[in-house]
Design a protein around this ligand. Sequence first.
Ligand code: 5GP
Length: 120
Amino acid sequence: AATPSDSPTIFDKIINKEIPSTVVYEDDQVLAFRDISPQAPTHILIIPKVKDGLTGLSKAEERHCEILGRLLYTAKLIAKQEGLDDGFRIVINDGPKGCQSVYHIHVHLLGGRQMTWPAG
Ligand code: 5GP
């Protein structure tokens, strides 16, 4: 099981194309790809290409504000690209109690079905 640390994660291998993923968006700062275990018809992970200590949102510093904004803005672009015009959900799991399993910050974009609240 993953533990909170600043070690490389599977996402580095995805960024470096050492393991395959279905990329839906890429630019110089951000990569977005389909989750291997989708929890909704659309389930995409949006990550910074450079982690810069941002293992999770709880580790955010002032210098991360720009990339944090870019992750959310990219989520909006992809939601549009995926046709999620009736709504979608953004999730950031943090730490063991937040069910975070990969310690490279990532935004989940979920859509294509009715979500419920607070869980599922
Ligand atoms: P977390 O639980 O940390 O918020 O989310 C990690 C996500 O990464 C999970 O939804 C999991 O399915 C996804 N994931 C883990 N390993 C891989 C992988 O090798 N490829 C892809 N595409 N997704 C992965």
